[in-house]
Design a protein around this ligand. Structure first.
Ligand code: NAD
Length: 246
């Protein structure tokens, strides 16, 4: 099929009615200047060891080093803006072609773009919580203290503050379980910009009757997809939203 035929076929699936959802990964945010994890040459895992930077045990072992590794990158995320992929997904929800959006990203760009029924299954960087007393605070409690030379940032009770993101070894977020329930009866799942290597998120494909994969590279799971469209998520999702809207 040509590119135009693939877009028309995907739009046709979405226009058949029923509950459609999208699942996104780091690849929808690379066009906003946020590096993903696994792209060859630019992925973060080529420069950082995930076992040192993104695990609960790393945070517990040496929270100051955890913040030294992660905070500069997270502050850059806070300054990023949505790109056409985020905008197109928000538009498809507004037009009724998507019932909701499930994201593995912690960058908050789907919220900024206007997505309403949003499941941030790996958490977000808007808040943090105390690892001792479990009180929640705005994430600025972390950045302000770190900026003032206080590392690790901590709560008034003395406990270390941690971001409300899901680290490797953490239990999944309440949003993950809500997303699993919402996907019951899902007709079409549009899967964009994810390598489908992180579970249980990748297992969500099994809850949809039909799957459309959008990625600039081949990914595992493509064999169970009804359609696979290769290319940049911004362009593909914009074209899909335009054709859906007719
Ligand atoms: P990943 O890095 O494993 O995979 C990204 C995928 O997107 C790759 O297959 C890549 O080929 C593709 N891709 C990159 N740019 C693209 C583009 N412009 N258009 C289309 N495809 C593109 O990321 P993942 O699958 O989301 O991995 C899961 C983990 O990554 C999650 O835990 C998530 O929290 C974390 N993560 C999030 C962010 C963020 O919040 N923006 C950034 C890095 C990693």
């Amino acid at each position: 099929m040509s590119y135009e035929e693939l877009i028309s076929a995907a739009a046709e699936l979405l226009r058949q009615g029923g509950r459609n959802f999208a699942l996104t990964g780091a690849g929808v945010s690379t066009e906003s200047g946020i590096p993903d994890f696994r792209s060859p040459g630019t992925g973060l895992w080529e420069r950082y060891d995930p076992m040192k930077t993104a695990t609960l045990s790393a945070l517990r072992r040496d929270p100051a080093a955890f913040y030294d590794w992660n905070l500069q990158r997270w502050e850059a995320v806070a300054g990023a803006e949505p790109n056409p992929a985020h905008t197109a997904l928000a538009r498809m929800e507004e037009l009724g072609f998507l019932a909701g959006l499930i994201t593995q990203n912690i960058d908050g760009l789907h919220l900024k773009a206007g997505s309403k029924s949003l499941f941030e299954i790996h958490g977000h960087l808007r808040t943090c919580r105390c690892m001792s007393c479990e009180r929640h605070f705005p994430f600025s409690h972390v950045t302000d203290q770190y900026g003032a030379g206080i590392n690790p940032p901590h709560c008034a009770c003395g406990g270390v503050l941690r971001p409300d993101v899901v680290l490797f070894e953490d239990r999944m977020s309440p949003d993950f379980f809500r997303a699993t329930q919402a996907l019951s009866g899902c007709q079409v799942l549009v899967v964009a910009g994810t390598s489908l290597q992180v579970y249980p998120a990748a297992g969500l494909l099994d809850l949809a009757r039909r799957v459309v994969i959008i990625n600039r590279e081949p990914v595992p799971g493509s064999e169970r997809a009804d359609l696979v469209i290769h290319g940049p998520a911004g362009r593909i999702l914009s074209d899909l939203a335009r054709v859906c809207a007719g």
